[in-house]
Design a protein around this ligand. Structure first.
Ligand SMILES: *Cc1c(COP(=O)(O)O)cnc(C)c1O
Length: 393
């Protein structure tokens, strides 16, 4: 039996004890001074983590609400926009655009591939009517991270607004909201922020707010201008998800103690460790080399057929308490995924890899164990060596 679950899906992610305690505080008046202080602290923490001076709007929604907010505020019906999709979350965003009547151009790549900045540049040259580009930073369904700096340079070079879904990237992997001139940066509480689900956050540029003043898509709950007006008074328009905001405040405090560079370096190290272990197990990555995500790793199923994969994931869960994710959409039954974002350190990776290897062996898919953890340890050792000052060791 397993005493506790080791939750390693790409969101919701595990919560540090400090966060659990923060989230269980008694309720407060959301129009009172305690909430004003809480909101200001969370906004300031998010600006710090997202590297932006922009206003960060906070809505009680899952991340999809943030994607929808960007569409309804930045586009009018009939307006032409380019949606770049690497998988199900990119598809979802384009579908939202279509649902609200935008003139949606889709750039869709094969599962596992990133978006090529040259393709974006070519499409923007061919379609001068495009006003806005929507792109996923980190595609959680395939484990691919785009070269967002390069994509942003192309989009801004052509003078378009840029909206970025970084729901599973922000707070984990390098992101320069202002440095890359992102007009709407969307993230969600349950991924890298070590908080429960229920809040989406959008950093919106001055150009983004100016666009929203002109767009005509009907909207209310997710209206940028109304929310900004309330947040300027340290309130939110509707009742906020107070407990989730307490959790985010504590999660951000933990991140500040580590430093943003430290958070990024830890995710890079952990991602490399996971990949080294997975590779040592003989599993094949879905994502193209050079674009493999440091927050989620997607692997081809080692077994034939969706039922056998379901059985493997169920055995890991029930026998060992390790909860991994299957594939989404077309990839269901074909791949599985390890989430390694938010609260995760080296010891967690050893545990995940050793357990996965044990599960494969028990299911008769591998004849021996003891390969994955040493491969991950070798990554840590090489990092330690390279961190030593010159001339030492
Ligand atoms: C999780 C996620 C979302 C939002 O999903 P919700 O279930 O609505 O929170 C959007 N985009 C990406 C890339 C995600 O990983």
């Amino acid at each position: 039996m397993a005493f506790a679950q080791q939750l390693r899906v790409p969101g919701p992610t595990p919560l540090p004890e400090r966060v659990v305690r923060a989230a269980s505080r008694p309720m407060i008046n959301h129009r009172g001074p305690e909430f004003a202080a809480l909101l200001r602290d969370v906004e300031e923490g998010l600006r710090w983590a997202l590297r932006t001076e922009n206003d960060v709007l906070i809505f009680p929604c899952s991340g999809t609400g943030g994607l929808e907010a960007a569409v309804v505020n930045l586009l009018s019906p009939g307006e032409q926009a380019l949606f770049c999709s690497m998988g199900s979350f990119g598809d979802r965003w384009a579908d939202i655009g279509t649902a609200y009547g935008a003139d949606v151009l889709r750039l869709k790549v094969e599962a596992g591939e990133p978006i090529d900045p040259e393709d974006v540049d070519r499409i923007l040259a061919e379609h001068p009517g495009v006003t806005t580009v929507f792109v996923t930073h980190n595609e959680t369904s395939t484990g691919v991270t785009n070269d967002l700096a390069a994509l942003a340079a192309v989009v801004k070079g052509r003078g378009k607004l840029l909206a970025v879904d970084s729901v599973s990237g922000a707070g984990c992997i390098p992101l320069e909201t202002d440095g890359w001139h992102i007009d709407a940066l969307i993230t969600g509480s349950q991924k890298g922020w070590m908080a429960p689900p229920g809040v989406t956050m959008l950093a919106v540029s001055a150009d983004g707010f100016a666009r929203a003043e002109k767009t005509t898509t009907p909207r209310w709950y997710l209206d940028f201008a109304r929310e900004q007006k309330f947040q300027n008074k340290s309130q939110t328009y509707s009742t906020p998800a107070v407990s989730v905001l307490y959790a985010m405040q504590e999660g951000l405090a933990i991140m500040r103690e580590e430093s943003m560079d430290g958070v990024w370096a830890r995710h890079a190290r952990v991602g490399e460790m996971v990949r080294a272990g997975v590779d040592a197990l003989g599993l094949k990555f879905l994502a193209a080399e050079g674009y493999r995500s440091n927050t989620v790793t997607a692997m081809h199923s080692p077994v034939d057929g969706p039922d056998a994969l379901k059985d493997l994931l169920a055995a890991l869960r029930t026998r060992h308490g390790l909860v991994l994710a299957g594939g989404q959409g077309d990839l269901a039954g074909k791949i599985f995924r390890i989430g390694h974002l938010g609260m995760i350190d080296e010891g967690d990776v050893y545990s995940i890899l050793a357990t996965l290897e044990q599960g494969l062996q028990e299911s008769g898919m591998r004849s021996r164990v003891g390969l994955a953890v040493p491969a991950a340890q070798a990554v840590v050792r090489s990092v330690q060596v390279s961190e030593q000052p010159a001339g030492v060791g």
